[in-house]
Design a protein around this ligand. Structure first.
Ligand SMILES: *Cc1c(COP(=O)(O)O)cnc(C)c1O
Length: 375
């Protein structure tokens, strides 16, 4: 059995090595390292894959959030609602712009923002909400979009983790994660479901005016070279990363299927251990692309189980050990939009198992067996 890892990017690379090496060499030989052809081409193909009208490439998923917020013309002190249980980047972009993150608790089963608790967090200063499609499934967007519409609040979907996840509305229409709000953000960090070989990101929108503005902001606030209309930043997806993503995008659905198979094996193998663990819940109106397979460990057993598995050479991770209001960087600048007890509990009890596109059935059986032995 191959050594267990949380993600295995090198085995994945070896399977597409030939076409990948050619694509990378082509870029190096072209000399067009910034804004080369592959950037346009990948952007076009990503629009096609997601169904978004406009795709603005940028340097990473954190920039994608920051640029999206910059495009909304918010003023210092304006409030942006975020789930308390997410990666810090979601709140960081808000804080950098001197906006106030307002935290809302998450649903203890799906770990996405608790729809029931959004309205009580809204104040006269609320301008935007950033639902996070956490671990691979969509936040419950239909009721969220309707609340946002009622209050005139912009929706930015943090879709760093769930590209390819599909949400079904009550009238039967479907949309991809990242294409339901005013804007959606993506990260191509190597370990994300569509990862490049460095940093990369993109912003999705269906709004032409917003698309122009996002593009301008990512490019020093200019449309015409050396005419800077607004204050922007420098955030580019470089040609090499775009060429790499262009090779990987056609494999994305296959990669998602591989992750689903791993998740299914875990779910079948672990389902009789309900005294010890809560398995991932998939909401009926969203598909799951399993960026993470995250268990909730009952009875204060999380740290003990993690240590036990480490002794058996099974790596696991705690995503995330602290809710945003307990992060030193944010604790003084945010506002709690209500009680955050579920987020606190999750940070004390979640445990993510290895999941990636290259897992072997022998590895899965071993992991399941060891967890069963503990339980
Ligand atoms: C990874 C991630 C980000 C940041 O993306 P980077 O490309 O690393 O900047 C933002 N939000 C969430 C939820 C993420 O998982």
């Amino acid at each position: 059995m191959t050594n267990l890892q949380m993600v295995d990017l090198t085995t994945q690379y070896k399977k597409i090595k030939k076409e990948m090496d050619t694509a990378i060499l082509d870029v190096i030989q072209s000399g067009k390292y910034i804004n080369g052809e592959a950037v346009q081409e990948f952007t076009f193909e990503l629009a096609e894959y997601t169904g978004a009208y406009y795709v603005i490439p940028c340097a990473n998923g954190t920039d994608a959030l920051q640029i999206s917020l910059m495009a909304l013309n918010l003023l210092p002190g304006d409030e942006v609602i975020v789930p308390a249980f997410t990666y810090a980047a979601t709140a960081e972009a808000i804080a950098l712009l001197r906006l106030t993150p307002v935290l809302v608790d998450v649903d203890p089963l799906t770990f996405t923002i608790d729809i029931e608790k959004i309205e009580e967090a809204i104040s006269s200063k609320t301008r935007a909400i950033i639902p996070v499609h956490l671990f691979g499934q969509c936040a419950d967007m239909e009721p969220l979009l309707s609340i946002a519409k009622n209050y005139g609040i912009a929706v930015i979907e943090d879709n760093a983790q769930s590209i390819g996840s599909v949400y079904t509305f009550s009238d039967g229409t479907t949309k991809q994660a990242g294409t339901m709000g005013e804007v959606g953000t993506l990260s191509f960090f190597p370990s994300k479901n569509l990862g490049c070989y460095g940093d990369g990101g993109a912003i999705l929108t269906n709004n032409e005016e917003l698309a122009q503005k996002l593009k301008m902001i990512a490019s020093h606030g200019q449309i015409h070279k050396y005419i800077h209309e607004i204050v922007g930043c420098n955030s580019r997806l470089d040609t090499l990363q775009a060429a790499i993503l262009k090779i990987k995008l056609p494999y994305l659905n296959q990669y998602i299927e591989a992750r689903r198979k791993v998740a299914q094996s875990y779910t079948i193998g672990l389902k009789r251990l309900t005294d010890l663990i809560q398995l991932p819940s998939v909401r009926e109106n969203s598909s799951h692309v399993y960026h993470q397979y995250t268990l909730k460990i009952k009875g204060n057993n999380r740290d003990k189980l993690q240590k036990y598995l480490a002794e058996k050479n099974i790596p696991t991770m705690v995503y995330y050990p602290l809710p945003l209001h307990k992060q030193p960087a944010f604790s003084n600048i945010l506002r709690k939009g209500g009680e955050l007890s579920e987020s606190v509990k999750l940070c004390e009890s979640v445990l993510s198992l290895p999941i990636h596109t290259e897992m072997e059935s022998e590895q899965l059986l071993y992991i399941i067996e060891q967890i069963a032995n503990y339980g």
